[in-house]
Design a protein around this ligand. Structure first.
Ligand code: SF4
Length: 364
C-alpha cells in the first residue's frame, strides 16, 4: 500500500460519521442509504478486510468504493509466542512505522494491550519506549486496526475472544487524545466492546483525565503512579513537572466523582528507588482516598539502567500495608519474558496477577 495513499481509511471513522460519510457517497451515485448500512455492517460485524470482501454489494459499487476508500489494516512484521501463551505482534503501518500489541491469556480472560503512538515523547526513566523517543501519533484507525487484526489472529489460533482491552502499549494515550477518544467510541459503539472492559493508562495527562471523566461511558483508568511523592515521581516521570501529583489527583477525584469509573494505580517497584517502607502508608492513603485498586509490579530490568526489581519481602510489605488500610491490591509479574513481550510501558504493565487477591481491570 503506498504511504501517500489518497484514499480515506474507513476504519478510523466513528460509527455515526461512517454512516453519514457512506450515505453521502452512495447518494452522490444515486444509490439508496441501505448500501451504506451494508458497508457499516461489513466493517463492524462482518470483519471485512477490504472492500472486495463485501460480496453483497454490486461489483460496480465495490469498485467505486475501493477507489475512494480503504480499510487500512496493518501488516504483520513478526509474531512471537511465549511459552506462557502470551503473543506479541509487531505491526507494520502503511508508512513503515512499527508498533506492538500483545495478547495475554490468563484463565478465562484474553487481554489485548495496544499502542497509541509509535514511540513516546514522555521519557519516563524506567521505560524502554521512552528511551527510544517519539515517532508519531497513531490515527484512530491504526489503534482500532490492532484490535481487529489481533482478534482475527486470536480466533484463527484458538485463543478465543478478546475479553479486555488495555491502552498500555507504546505511547501515552492521553497525549494523542483526539485519536484515542475516537478509537474508544469506535470500539465501544462500533465493535460493541464494553467500556468497563477497556482501560486507558496514563502517566498523568490532566486534561485527558478530565475529558475521560466527562465521558458518559465507564471506561477505566490506570494511573502510572510509581511514587506517592512529587520529588521522587519527578525523577521517574518527567511529566510530573508539567502536571504535579496534586493536580493529577484532583483530576482523578473528578473521574471518581463521575461514578462507576474504576481507577487503578500502577506502582512499579524498583529496588532502592521507590520501595522505601515509609512510602507504603502514603501510597495507601492516596489509594483509599480515590478507592483505587493498586497493582504492585516488580520492576522488569531494561537495557539502559542498572536498576533491579524490589526484593519479594519488600513488595510483600507494601502489599500488607495497603491491605491493612483497606486498599485492594495485587502483586503482578510480567508475562512473556522469553519473547520480551513487554514493550515500553508494556514492560511495566503487561502483567498478570500472581497472588490470589481480587481481580483488577486489565490483565488479571
Ligand atoms: S511509560 Fe508510557 S508514557 Fe512513559 S515513556 Fe513509556 S510509553 Fe511513554
Amino acid at each position: 500500500m503506498p504511504p501517500d495513499s489518497p484514499r480515506s481509511d474507513l476504519l478510523g471513522l466513528e460509527p455515526d460519521l461512517l454512516q453519514q460519510e457512506l450515505e453521502r457517497f452512495f447518494a452522490a451515485r444515486g444509490k439508496p442509504p441501505f448500501r451504506a448500512r451494508q458497508v457499516v455492517r461489513w466493517i463492524f460485524e462482518g470483519d471485512a478486510q477490504g472492500v472486495d470482501d463485501m460480496t453483497d454489494l454490486p461489483l460496480e459499487e465495490r469498485k467505486a468504493l475501493a477507489a475512494a476508500y480503504e480499510l487500512r489494516e496493518p501488516e504483520v512484521d513478526t509474531v512471537a509466542r511465549s511459552s506462557d501463551g502470551t503473543a506479541k505482534h509487531l505491526w507494520r503501518l502503511h508508512d513503515g512505522e512499527l508498533v506492538e500489541s500483545v495478547l495475554i491469556p490468563a484463565g478465562d480472560r484474553l487481554t489485548l494491550c495496544i499502542s497509541s503512538q509509535a514511540g513516546c515523547a514522555m521519557g519516563c526513566t524506567f521505560c524502554a519506549t521512552g528511551w527510544g523517543g517519539f515517532r508519531r501519533h497513531l490515527t484512530a484507525g491504526e489503534i482500532v486496526s490492532q484490535f481487529r487484526a489481533s482478534r482475527r489472529w486470536a480466533a484463527e489460533e484458538g485463543y478465543g475472544p478478546i475479553t479486555n482491552l488495555v491502552y498500555m502499549g507504546m505511547g501515552e494515550p492521553l497525549a494523542n487524545r483526539e485519536a484515542v477518544m475516537s478509537s474508544l467510541t469506535i470500539l465501544n459503539q462500533g465493535y460493541r466492546f464494553g467500556a468497563r472492559r477497556i482501560t486507558v493508562s496514563t502517566v498523568g495527562v490532566v486534561p485527558g483525565i478530565r475529558e475521560l471523566a466527562r465521558r458518559p461511558e465507564q471506561f477505566r483508568l490506570a494511573l502510572s503512579l510509581h511514587a506517592p511523592d512529587e520529588a521522587l515521581r519527578r525523577e521517574l516521570i518527567p511529566l510530573e513537572k508539567r502536571w504535579p501529583l496534586p493536580e493529577v489527583l484532583d483530576a482523578l477525584r473528578e473521574f471518581d466523582a463521575a461514578g462507576g469509573k474504576r481507577i487503578t494505580f500502577e506502582y512499579t517497584m524498583i529496588d532502592g528507588v521507590n520501595d522505601d517502607p515509609s512510602l507504603a502508608p502514603r501510597l495507601a492513603t492516596m489509594a483509599r482516598d480515590l478507592r483505587a485498586f493498586v497493582n504492585l509490579i516488580p520492576f522488569n530490568p531494561i537495557p539502559y539502567r542498572d536498576w533491579g526489581a524490589s526484593p519479594p519481602d519488600r513488595v510483600a510489605h507494601f502489599a500488607r500495608v495497603l491491605e491493612e488500610r483497606g486498599v485492594d491490591v495485587a502483586v503482578r509479574e510480567p508475562r512473556g519474558r522469553d519473547i520480551d513481550a513487554a514493550c515500553g510501558q508494556l514492560r511495566a504493565h503487561a502483567l498478570v496477577q500472581v497472588e490470589g487477591r481480587r481481580g483488577a481491570p486489565g490483565t488479571t
